[in-house]
Design a binder for this molecule. Structure first.
Ligand code: NAP
Length: 259
């Protein structure tokens, strides 16, 4: 998507993947300095370890404890664009989280970004997770930051049904339904309803089983492709200072993910 964006705007830039082993992370970051590389994305398993190798870390990354984007203008600075990518996907559908009842399925890395930005924007959260202590740990951190309670539930059929009964929006941040296990959904069909917005942050497949079911129920659905493109667009803007050509970026992602 970044190369599509560079082409669209006629920028003399290229986006390349580099495989970096954990023991070489420091050398890779030194290489960024030495080669004057304009920007980097960082992914698993380096998102936390890279923080100590940078000159500065923005609040977006400090609050999440993970960096996914680095800029090199006047020193290396780390950011995290996952939360803003998620929020922009909601904004594109004119969905404002303030005062909404929102269920987050999962309590891992992606849930952290999603839950943080939803709390920041005034939503009422229920976090449902397979291992309750992980949900409680995440909720405890966010409650400390925002001074608002968060309900936590273990991922059981009854709990899920109860949480969804009241909800305006549900966000799946678990990998249930991700390629290749595309026939699975974290939510039974009968508990989906028309007035629910269903956001599945999985982007492969573009339309998961959960989103197909929700659509058949008449719910509004949002694909993880939107968050993927949203976080990419935010990174692009940090690197280039230019407005990201989001349509060209989305088209490149959809083409790459279409079997
Ligand atoms: P992660 O840190 O490993 O967290 C996974 C979460 O899902 C944990 O809370 C885990 O629960 C739960 N989980 C895993 N398997 C489960 C199962 N079979 N049933 C119920 N719960 C289950 O992973 P992550 O980095 O957050 O990524 C999660 C998903 O989000 C992936 O599909 C990833 O591709 C997607 N993602 C999308 C974007 C985007 O831009 N669209 C960005 C980031 C991630 P436990 O705590 O009980 O283990």
């Amino acid at each position: 998507m970044h190369n599509a964006a560079f082409m669209e705007l006629g920028l003399d830039c290229v986006y390349l993947p580099f495989k970096v082993h954990s023991q070489d992370l420091g050398k890779a970051i030194q290489g960024m300095r030495g080669l004057n590389i304009r920007g980097l994305n960082v992914t698993i398993p380096h998102k936390v370890a890279v923080m100590t190798l940078l000159d500065d870390v923005d609040d977006s990354a400090r609050n999440l404890g993970a960096v996914n984007t680095i800029t090199s203008d006047g020193g290396l600075k780390g950011y995290n664009t996952d939360a803003i990518g998620f929020l922009n996907s909601l904004a594109a559908r004119k969905i404002e989280p303030a005062d909404k009842k929102i269920v987050v399925l999962g309590a891992g890395g992606a849930a952290r970004a999603v839950a943080l930005i939803l709390m920041d924007r005034g939503a009422h959260l229920t976090i449902v997770n397979r291992h309750l202590p992980a949900a409680q740990a995440l909720a405890g951190r966010l409650t400390g930051m925002y001074r608002r309670d968060i309900q936590t539930l273990e991922f059981t059929a009854d709990n899920l049904k109860e949480a969804l009964g009241e909800a305006d929006l549900v966000v799946n941040t678990t990998p249930v339904g991700m390629f290749p296990a595309i026939d699975y959904s974290p939510i039974p069909y009968r508990w989906l309803k028309k007035k629910l917005v269903v956001f599945d942050i999985i982007y492969n497949p573009i339309k998961t089983r959960l989103l197909q079911d929700a659509e058949r129920r008449g719910a509004v659905v949002i694909s993880g492709v939107e968050m993927l493109v949203g976080q990419g667009a935010a990174a692009f803007e940090l690197w280039t200072g230019k407005k990201a050509p989001v349509e060209a970026m989305r088209a490149a992602v959809v083409e790459a993910l279409t079997p």
